[in-house]
Design a protein around this ligand. Structure first.
Ligand code: AMP
Length: 601
């Protein structure tokens, strides 16, 4: 049984609750866990007036007619630094209009509306307007190239795509013929008098003529609301299905894990093209009636510190890669800014090094609070809470209402069984697979069209997360690694199969194997090993050409950063490329059992 090494633990950061600027929502962890129920959290929400529950109603409409009507819901910082905002009332009106547009186009319940947009107002309006129409929203990451976009639109059977003119021309025109379900492309920009690209509609014009009072459609907790694609080790991306009841978990986690209070100015730096940007960049803050900041531009250390200062951000939810980049930019930059409003910092998406937690304490005057979750869980499951001591390097403790455990694995990586249920580690610090007891409201309800793949994620009453972790004697969870070959680069999950498939479309490439290699800032970067077809010779020029080809198809966020030519990729006897071995060889690690390897070194 592997045990977690305890030798490198950093000193615990103790919390003096009385000295915190704001009394946390969760003060006594154990007592809150004992008294909390998902049902009581559900009751704290409004529910739809005629019955049922709808994420957009909880996030927008119920605030738009009350004391928060004139409060900024979303505040956008444009690339040039200019700022504008949508109040709760304005957001309610725009999302009503968007729902009306969908109704005019006869897009109905359960039908899929996709977006390919940067972080701009139309993305937020389209997401919430789609939910008001009882349709299903699927945001795509705007840095994707045409290939990932094509696959996801096909898998999700999109009927509508909301995008910009530039993205349409660059990424959609070339694949449009492959997208038979896509009936309507709504462009958010361009002038009225500009000719509209063929096969598209001008969203601003449709919004102007749409009737304002579109009654919100009734949805129930189990109705599908959002589709988020995630990557596995093999096969196509998986569309994780999320339902309207997930808002109950967004509400509870916003309250406890992000410690949101009514007067907060909150900034989640994640892009809504990924699940964090939707659950915590849109839903949770709006449900709590706070003002959420949206930065329309990309990362820049000075820009980010200026936003924290000028917007007087109080709660900040970001990612380890960004924090490492800020550390790299130098702590002296912080001294140039007044960050005194900032009272709580949280991070998610990849392992957060203890050095970064300590850097927060030294430089920003408070530790960074790591938390853990994944696309499938729909919301934060394990967290470091504002009032609870932080053990740097640990992901924290389970959310109230969440039961987490470590499942023992056998030598093949399968769960050890104890009757119908998996055997759970009873000894502290035992490394195994992180598992969650089923039943939290934001749990995914399926992988679109892949019932079998979904079922395999559950054993007995437990959901197996695919991550390896350990739990210490006080119930703090420690991340150990991924149980599969999936790559995490700058917080984005990348399926090696997707990259390999695209590389193999290059005329020079016969076979490709893709792995993640450690990177001090991005966590991991994508590295490809390729076998060339006969007649092709390795060269720097060809390497550049292939990387360029991959960037164009996949987008810069997904394409390999490094590429090596090889004569023979290691394979199992059944022909599967052994990424594990490629990685071990690249990093000089033990190669493990190679008895089933077909191609020797
Ligand atoms: P995604 O579904 O893209 O959100 O990725 C989820 C995966 O990211 C998890 O299964 C983990 O492997 C990783 N991850 C998320 N949060 C953390 C964290 N706090 N520490 C380590 N890994 C994390």
């Amino acid at each position: 049984m592997t045990k977690l090494s305890g030798s490198v633990r950093w000193p615990t950061i103790h919390k003096d609750v009385g000295a915190l600027k704001v009394m946390p929502n969760l003060v006594d962890y154990e007592a809150t866990c004992t008294s909390f129920t998902w049902e009581s959290e559900r009751r704290s929400l409004s529910g739809l007036p005629g019955g049922g529950i709808n994420i957009a109603y909880e996030a927008v409409d119920r605030h738009a007619t009350g004391p928060l009507a004139a409060k900024d819901a979303l505040r956008f910082v444009h690339a040039d630094g200019a700022v504008d905002a949508l109040t709760y009332m304005e957001l309610a009106e725009r999302t009503d209009r968007f729902a009306s547009v969908l109704r005019d186009l006869r897009v109905g319940r359960g039908e899929r509306v996709f977006s390919l947009l940067g972080r701009r107002a139309e993305l937020y309006v389209a997401a919430l307007g789609t939910l008001k129409n009882a349709s299903v929203f699927c945001p795509l990451f705007s840095a994707f190239g045409p290939e990932p976009v094509r696959q996801r639109i096909q898998l999700g059977s999109a009927r509508v795509l909301v995008t910009t003119r530039a993205f349409y021309l660059k990424k959609i025109v070339s694949i449009r013929d492959d997208l038979p379900t896509l009936e309507h492309v709504l462009l958010v920009d361009g002038d009225d008098d500009q000719p509209q690209p063929e096969g598209t509609l001008h969203l601003p014009a449709l919004m102007r003529s749409a009737p304002l009072a579109a009654p919100i459609a009734r949805t129930d907790g189990d109705d599908m609301a959002l589709l988020h694609f995630t990557s596995g080790t093999t096969g196509l991306p998986k569309g994780a299905i999320h339902v309207h009841d997930a808002v109950v978990a967004h509400s509870a986690t916003g309250r406890f894990a992000l410690d949101l209070h009514p007067d907060d100015v909150y900034w989640c730096t994640a892009d809504p093209g990924w699940v964090t940007g939707m659950s915590y960049g849109v839903i949770a803050p709006l449900v709590h009636g706070v003002t959420a900041i949206v930065d329309e531009d990309e990362f820049d250390a000075d820009r980010w510190y200026s936003i924290l200062e000028e917007q007087k951000v109080t709660v900040w939810y970001t990612a380890p890669t960004a924090l490492r980049m800020l550390m790299k930019a130098g702590s002296d930059r912080v001294a140039l800014h007044d960050l005194s409003a900032l009272r709580f910092i949280a991070s998610v998406g990849e392992p957060l090094n203890p050095e970064v937690v300590a850097w927060g304490e030294e430089t920003l005057g408070q530790p960074i609070h790591d938390n853990w979750w994944q696309t499938e869980t729909g919301g934060i499951m394990i967290a470091n809470f504002a009032a609870v001591d932080v053990r740097p390097g640990s992901m924290g403790r389970p959310m109230p209402g969440v039961i987490a455990a470590i499942v023992l694995r056998d030598e093949h990586g399968d769960p050890v069984m104890n009757g119908d249920d998996p055997a759970l580690a009873t000894e502290p610090d035992t490394v195994g697979e992180l598992a969650l007891r089923t039943g939290w409201p934001s749990m995914f309800r399926g992988y679109l069209g892949e019932e079998d793949r979904y079922r395999k994620c559950f054993v007995g009453g437990w959901y197996l997360t695919g991550d390896l972790a350990a739990c210490d004697e006080d119930g703090y969870f420690w991340f150990v690694g991924r149980g599969n070959d999936v790559i995490k680069s700058s917080g984005h999950l990348i399926g090696p199969f997707e990259v390999e498939s695209t590389l193999m479309e290059h005329p020079a490439i016969a076979e490709a194997g893709v792995i993640g290699i450690p990177d001090p800032v991005a966590g991991e970067v994508v590295m490809a090993f390729v076998e060339l077809r006969s007649g092709w010779e390795p060269s720097d020029d060809l390497r550049r050409q292939i990387i360029g080809f991959a960037r164009k198809r996949l987008g810069a966020a997904v394409a390999p950063r490094e590429l090596e030519f090889t004569d023979a990729l290691p394979r199992t006897r059944s022909g599967k490329i052994l990424r594990r071995l490629l990685k071990a060889r690249e990093l000089g690690l033990p190669e493990g059992d190679t008895s089933t390897v077909e191609v020797p070194r």
